[in-house]
Write a protein that binds this ligand. Structure first.
Ligand code: PLP
Length: 398
């Protein structure tokens, strides 16, 4: 659906949805509007279960451990709300976590008299002991009061695929709950298995790399924690007479009148993306990662930049350090007065029609460019980006 005049190198932020998946969503919407009462009262639960089956197969977990939500921010907030933090408890995060998730963590912690602990990750991540250096930095933030660890599977500002298996195991050994923010992981990280990972909570967006419509996210909750685990907003379903179905499923399947078609179209997105290359979705993930690595190498070497992390920690988004801003200002993650945080990003879109983010990890001095790669991208687009960057970086210092 992309505007053909734009070189779109930011699949990571909001994904992109193939036409045939949007067509499948339209069919669901038509069914809803044809007979809304039948749809919501009689059909929705069965349709959610069908979706659950397909998604559970894709992320590898039991079907009845999955709830659906509009986005990963909500997944993080609802999990943190349900933990029942007590005064003095600590939520362990790190400085590469997604700002919206940290905002929710801070508000929930404040209300409970708890606090959020944010150790700094090494940045750049050393090439020779990348994963271990990140594990050491995060575990250094553990105290007797750490109640839950909030960790991205793939970090947003820096594009790091975190050593999530080792971290989850380390937290488990210390009796700390694990809340994994997998916003980018399904459809990007090959071999994702929630069953093997065995976290307490795992939330993820499907609209990013599974390419489902926007408003389709999942939340896995370990079975033993599902009793009294409730949505942020209760609907009529909170009062339904008890059936054989768990309260967890009954409450999360209907959180008030809304358009559930994006969620119900996730199976269509899985099938559509799986059919894009002859050897299925795993081949799509490999293709995207290979293209990301080639593009990263091209730009990093051409501008003489230091790699931010070893290749083993890169998926299909990658950050590249840029020279400091021409005006000497620190990198920005938030646009205070301009459309984007950094005027370089504005010049890339306005002059070159390239959509790619320029920002930084909050609190760190380095400015970064974050590229993404999806099937619709070509290597030539990154060569064009390099050409544009050379012009714009040179102009910054004139
Ligand atoms: C790591 C991470 N967590 C959470 C989110 C939030 O996703 P959403 O805005 O869909 O809630 C993002 C979005 O980019 C992300 O990259």
């Amino acid at each position: 659906m992309h505007d053909p005049s734009i070189v779109f190198l930011n699949h990571g932020s909001f994904g992109g949805c193939p036409r045939e998946v949007l067509a499948a969503q339209d069919v669901i919407r038509a069914r809803m509007e044809a007979e809304p009462v039948r749809f919501f009262v009689e059909e929705l639960q069965g349709l959610m279960d069908k979706t659950r089956d397909a998604v559970a197969g894709f992320v590898d977990c039991d079907w009845d451990d999955l709830a659906f939500l509009p986005n990963a921010t909500t997944g993080v907030a609802v999990a943190l709300e349900n933990i029942g933090l007590k005064p003095g408890d600590e939520i362990l995060a790190n400085d590469h976590e997604y700002p919206a998730c940290l905002n929710n963590a801070r508000r929930i912690a404040e209300r409970a008299g708890a606090k959020v602990v944010i150790p700094r990750l090494p940045w750049p991540v050393p090439l020779d002991r990348g994963e271990q250096s990140v594990i050491d930095a995060i575990l250094a933030g553990v105290t007797q009061r750490t109640r839950v660890a909030l960790i991205s599977h793939v970090t947003s500002p820096s594009g790091l695929v975190m050593p999530i298996e080792k971290l989850t195991a380390a937290f488990k050994a210390r009796g700390i709950l694990t809340l994994i923010d997998g916003a980018h992981a399904p459809g990007m990280v090959e071999g994702l298995s929630i069953r093997k990972l065995d976290p307490d909570f795992y939330t993820a967006n499907c609209h990013k790399w599974v390419c489902s419509p926007k408003g389709s996210a999942l939340l896995y909750v370990r079975k033993a924690l599902q009793k009294n685990f409730r949505p942020l907003v209760l609907s009529n379903n909170a009062e339904l007479p008890k059936t054989g179905r768990s309260q967890f499923l009954t409450e999360f399947d209907y959180i008030g009148t809304s358009d559930y078609s994006a969620i119900l179209a996730i199976p269509a997105a899985i099938s559509s993306m799986s059919a894009m290359l002859p050897s299925g979705f795993a081949a799509v993930m490999r293709h995207n990662r290979d293209l990301t690595l080639r593009a990263r190498r091209l730009i990093t070497e051409a501008i003489g930049s230091t790699p931010v992390a070893p290749e083993s920690m890169i998926g299909s988004i990658a950050s590249i350090f840029l020279p400091p801003r021409g005006d000497g200002a620190p990198p920005s993650t938030r646009p205070p007065t301009s459309r984007y945080g950094d005027s370089l990003q504005e010049r890339l879109i306005d002059r070159w029609k390239i959509q790619v983010p320029v920002w930084g990890v909050p609190g760190t001095p380095q400015r970064v460019l974050r590229i993404s790669a999806q099937l619709y991208n070509s290597f030539e687009q990154y060569e064009y980006l390099l050409h544009a960057l050379r012009h714009e970086l040179a102009a910054e210092h004139l």
